[in-house]
Design a protein around this ligand. Structure first.
Ligand SMILES: *Cc1c(COP(=O)(O)O)cnc(C)c1O
Length: 487
């Protein structure tokens, strides 16, 4: 058999160049024609899975074939998050500078677990995090780190709060009977908090979900009452999570007042600003820093509203020593002088291996500059204001929460229908909009009512996308009304 080996399928640099150019062309065409795709994938459950071979290919295949299947199979099962009429959930936006930065990250293929494994990754990370801190006008007491997601950041906060409260005993010996901990957030807070409470071993029953006021913000008197009740009953309150923009309606908890409570009872104060935290890049929202500066930690996601592709979440923390004491597997006495000068981010969180996420963020921040970023954010905020006016000018619709940022909670309404019928008709309306492929919205529940959520934030969304979608919603509502009338 010697001498008749099949040539290996290693892609050489000439081929790489050729395919990279093809892909760049593909991506450019995709973005030029993105409005022609159905926003939400129309794939049926298992449709994609069943079209793929049941076994791994034994022999390598030509790149052309892979690309062809990407176009013919995979693309059908893609929901187009970068479609300018993607208004569901919160955005996970991106931009060309971010895509190019990510391209380089994958080419370098580094693992940034510690300073030594790529000094630039660690030092650029520290730099961009501090740039953002200062641009947001929050206290210079904060330093920070890039995590994958807000969920991870919140888990890190809760684990640190737990270890601080137990004097690092749970890390050593596990939970004892004496560790009866409680955590607080509002009823509107994100599910990632409950998940973190479960993972951290605190127990879901020890998460106190505090009532909200008419604006869906946490009630501070009820928070304090819950804390004093727990203290009376032998619990130790260890963490309060404040919301800077709830996912349902972007409500903002009274961050400063909560901060005073946290201080009074010596409780870790974490602020979840996953989407709305980015608004602090605008001076008109920096009054919010008064509350944020009370916090021990604060998270927001550039992968939501800073034109940086998923994943990229910034976790600010005032005392990184507590973080290191919680997560480092190198005890303090084994740390060297060298470690005092540079950061080893593996010791600042859960994972050992870390992606070089700072590069794409640096590309974005430098390419646009703060002014252009601010202009983009203001544009989205302006669209939300104008859309709210449009909705209010149609008497068949109502807006059900304050429009604090770029998310509008609204529903079709009709005094002849009861609440149950209204839920049904709004569910139907949402289904019709999303099945059309024209736009993609999601929903939430506010005061028990089924509510449509229109969330603006994709990088290339223009007013016309918002307005056309609104007109489309009105048209669908007309159809449903006629149908109801005929029943
Ligand atoms: C989106 C969101 C999260 C979760 O973000 P991930 O980065 O996906 O974990 C947490 N909190 C709030 C308020 C959010 O809007």
């Amino acid at each position: 058999m010697l001498g008749i080996q099949k040539p290996s399928n290693n892609m050489n640099t000439d081929e790489f160049k050729k395919y990279a150019q093809e892909l760049t062309k593909w991506i450019s065409n995709y973005y030029e024609n993105i409005r022609s795709y159905p926003v939400k994938s129309k794939a049926e459950p298992r449709e994609i899975f069943n079209q793929l071979p049941s076994e791994i290919p034994l022999e390598g295949e030509p790149f052309e074939n892979i690309l062809e299947d990407f176009e013919n199979i995979i693309l059908k099962g893609i929901t187009h998050w970068q479609h300018p009429r993607f208004f569901a959930y919160f955005p996970a936006n991106t931009s060309f500078p971010s895509i190019l930065g990510e391209y380089l990250t994958s080419a370098l293929g580094i693992q940034a677990m510690m300073w030594l494994t790529s000094p630039s990754a660690t030092e650029l990370e520290e730099k961009v995090v501090h740039w953002l801190r200062d641009a947001m006008g929050i206290s210079k007491e904060f330093t920070g780190i890039i995590q994958d997601t807000a969920s991870t950041s919140t888990l890190v906060a809760i684990l640190t709060a737990r270890e601080k409260a137990s004097n690092f005993e749970i890390n050593e010996n596990g939970f004892g009977k004496q560790h009866r901990y409680t955590i607080y957030c509002s009823k509107e807070a994100h599910s990632s908090i409950e998940k973190a409470v479960k993972i951290a071993g605190i127990g879901r029953n020890n998460l106190r979900k505090i009532d909200v006021d008419e604006n869906f913000a946490m009630s501070v008197p009820k928070l304090e009452k819950a804390i004093t009740d727990d203290l009376t009953n032998g619990f130790t309150p260890i963490c309060i999570v404040g919301a800077l923009g709830t996912t349902g309606s972007t409500a903002v908890d009274p961050l400063k007042e909560i901060g005073e409570i946290a201080k009074k009872y010596n409780i870790w104060y974490h602020i979840d600003g996953a989407m709305v935290g980015l608004a602090l890049l605008l001076p008109e929202f920096q009054y919010l820093t008064k509350g944020i500066n009370y916090a021990d930690s604060f998270v927001f996601n550039p992968h939501k509203w800073l034109f940086t592709n998923f994943d990229c979440s910034i976790y600010f923390v005032k005392n990184p020593e507590l973080l290191k004491d919680t997560f480092s597997i190198t005890p303090s006495y084994l740390r060297t002088d060298f470690d005092e000068i540079v950061n080893n981010y593996r010791d600042w969180g859960i994972q050992l291996g870390r992606r070089f996420r700072a590069l794409k963020l640096w590309f974005v921040l430098r390419y646009f500059g703060l002014r252009e970023i601010q202009a983009k954010l203001r544009k989205h905020l302006e669209f939300a204001k104008k859309l709210k006016e449009q909705i209010l000018s149609d008497s068949r619709f109502e807006v059900l929460a304050p429009v604090n940022f770029t998310t509008i909670c609204f529903r079709f309404s009709n005094s002849k229908l009861n609440e149950q019928e209204l839920d049904q008709i709004n569910k139907k309306l949402l289904e019709e909009i999303n099945a059309s492929g024209f736009a993609f919205l999601s929903h939430t529940t506010l005061n028990g009512k089924f509510v449509l959520r229109f969330s603006i934030g994709q990088t290339n969304t223009e007013w016309d996308d918002v307005l056309q979608t609104w007109h489309f919603i009105q048209k669908q509502a007309n159809k449903l009304e006629n149908y109801e009338a005929k029943k």
